[in-house]
Design a protein around this ligand. Structure first.
Ligand SMILES: [Ca+2]
Ligand SMILES: [Ca+2]
Ligand SMILES: [Ca+2]
Ligand SMILES: [Ca+2]
Ligand SMILES: [Zn+2]
Length: 580
């Protein structure tokens, strides 16, 4: 790609001198189904190659400007970058613009020298919604090329705007060696498009109950700026995270300094595997996830290592038994891992697994929005969603068959600051205490995690808490992340959210108003209650123990009220939650 300062001049020259036909009237059709056409086969003997690098969209808007997006009716220009990445001059080659897969403009480039890049443009009257702009070079496959798969770029017109700054040596190194992968990429631009292609594919695939349509946004590479070695960062900060802090036209930025070539990161030129950054650089997607505002979900992990210079410390004792690493809270690995985060995947380091339900829910929370508080890693709004908490949180404790554990004692141990990234200290004093009701619920407040706000950063991760539950002489310890609370909030349960924890071991006989066990609560069950009534404070007759519905020691008006609430009628299934 051309140097940044030349971008504008070249684009102007290209659009002025190319003699493009005027754009045809736009047909407001939806995106048609892609026609089924065979991908042209590459010719391995050919040394010719044409490459569509990326598509810019102008005018550009700063993300923090009052007008930061095109409005319907605005004229928008797409500028496509076409390069000759082959070994000889290309005398003539055609190209075609397509909108929603329908051809809208075409033209011919002549005398394209080796490594020469031309910019071709097409203007469009902006429309809201999802549209797809595509630029194809050699659409009729007149020229046999060593790669035919790098002949097009397709962007969603309203994609989140990505800018990459790359130092010359990195750009050239990829230009020389990408073809050795044998997957059709033949330039740094092709590599970069593949990375964002993975982002978009992961987004499409991220279908969960919280995100039934996947991650809604797509990304598009608006800007690739090649700069001299050593030039990054252009305006302070780090060369990777902040390649140009002066640029607010993009929503996500990343820089590629020449020093990346010093180590072995890009030394494997031939393995098209998800673990090879020269093919797929998963850490780039992870870091850009931060730039969008996602958090490190591995920060929910609990390692019991503070005494060895690590970050976390569990300080809970059960009598004279130290809980960490005991049967109450066994180590999961390495003699120090007490907990692994629940949702995993991209932001937990599983780069090739795509977005987790948690990542996806957070991304959709700001779908369609420009950057707000920084377009680099890390922005000012990183993790702001951690404090999306339902007003009331109902935690149900059950046995393994889903029967409630009534009258269980639930204690919450909060995390406070600890050394290092996502450090946490959980001391021996419980912070909150609850008793479960007849349906097994502990009714937790909006934020049981901390008296302040949720933090998940260097020096503190109070985004996870320890639950100690005791019932019928049994004791269990469990970890609870804030993620489940956030997800309930995103699903629309902002007032009341419900959670459950199953705990193994004996439970009392299930309490039910279905005294005769035939599935309903009807007249026959009422007969049993009637016989068993003691009045307030009265003594229970033998055989009437199951008529105590409210957990005390009599059968009185309170039990009758619960029973009435449970009446289902003959042969109608009783509501298991009617005792609540
Ligand atoms: Ca090609
Ligand atoms: Ca071709
Ligand atoms: Ca019954
Ligand atoms: Ca009672
Ligand atoms: Zn990270």
């Amino acid at each position: 790609m051309i140097a940044g300062l030349l971008l504008h001049a070249l684009a102007v020259a290209a659009s002025a001198g190319m003699g493009l036909p005027p754009p045809p009237p736009f047909s407001p059709a939806g995106k048609p189904a892609a026609p089924v056409v065979a991908e042209p086969a590459a010719d391995p003997a050919s040394t010719a190659d044409l490459d569509v690098a990326n598509i810019e969209r102008t005018p550009r808007y700063n993300y923090d400007a009052a007008k930061n997006n095109p409005a319907p009716g605005d004229l928008v220009t797409f500028s496509g970058h076409i390069r000759n990445t082959g070994d000889g001059t290309v005398a003539s080659v055609s190209y075609e613009w397509r909108l929603n897969d329908a051809p809208v403009a075409s033209g011919t480039l002549t005398n394209l020298a080796v490594d020469e890049e031309r910019v071709v443009t097409w203007s469009w009257t902006w429309q809201a919604g999802d549209h797809w702009i595509k630029l194809v070079v050699d659409p009729g496959n007149v020229i046999a090329e060593s790669s035919e798969v790098n002949n097009q770029v397709v962007d969603r017109t309203n994609g989140i705007i990505v800018g990459f700054w790359v130092e010359q040596s990195v750009y050239d190194y990829f230009g020389t060696h990408q073809k050795d992968l044998g997957v059709g990429s033949n330039s740094w631009d092709d590599w970069a498009q593949r990375q964002m292609g993975f982002w978009n594919q992961f987004s499409q695939n991220a279908i969960y109950p919280t995100t039934p349509n996947g991650v809604l946004d797509r990304v598009r590479i608006d800007k690739i700026v090649v700069v001299p070695d050593g030039a990054l960062p252009l305006a302070g900060g780090y060369p990777t995270n902040h390649p140009d802090l002066g640029d607010k036209t993009v929503d996500l930025m990343w820089g590629f300094p020449a020093t990346l070539l010093d180590g072995s990161m890009y030394s494997n030129h031939t393995s098209a595997s998800m673990g090879n950054p020269f093919y797929y650089e998963g850490s780039l997607l992870h870091e850009l996830g931060h730039a969008r505002y996602l958090i490190d979900t591995y920060g929910f992990d609990v390692h019991n290592t503070a005494h060895n210079g690590g970050h976390d410390s569990i300080q809970i004792w059960e009598g004279d038994i130290y809980v960490g690493g005991s049967s109450y809270m066994p180590y999961l690995a390495w003699g120090e891992v007490l907990y692994y985060n629940k949702y995993g995947m991209m932001m937990s380091g599983g780069y090739d697994e795509g977005w987790s339900e948690y990542d996806a829910g957070a991304l959709n929370r700001i779908a369609g929005q420009r950057a707000c508080c920084g377009n680099y890693n890390a922005p000012g709004n990183i993790g702001v969603f951690l404090n999306d908490l339902p007003a009331n949180n109902h935690l149900r404790i059950t046995d393994e068959v889903g029967q409630p554990r009534r009258g269980a004692n639930v204690r919450i141990y909060r995390a406070t600051s600890g050394p290092g990234w996502y450090g946490k200290t959980i001391d021996n004093t419980p912070d909150l205490e609850f008793s479960t009701d007849n349906a097994g619920y502990a009714h937790l407040p909006r934020n049981p995690f901390t008296a302040g706000s949720i933090q998940h950063t260097y020096g503190i991760a109070n985004s996870i808490m320890v639950l100690r539950i005791s019932h019928l002489d049994q004791i269990w310890y469990r970890f609870q992340e804030v993620t489940d609370f956030n997800i309930e909030y995103w699903r629309g349960n902002t007032q009341n959210a419900y959670y459950s924890i199953e705990l193994p071991g004996p439970n009392e006989t299930p309490v039910s108003a279905d005294f005769d066990g035939d599935g309903d609560v009807d007249q026959e069950d009422f007969g049993h209650l009637q016989v068993c009534l003691t009045g307030s404070g009265g003594a229970i007759v033998s055989g009437c123990e199951n008529a105590v519905l409210d957990g005390d020691t009599d059968v009185d008006a309170a039990d009758l009220a619960i029973f009435v609430n449970c009446i289902s009628g003959a042969d109608v299934s009783a509501d298991p939650d009617c005792l609540d």
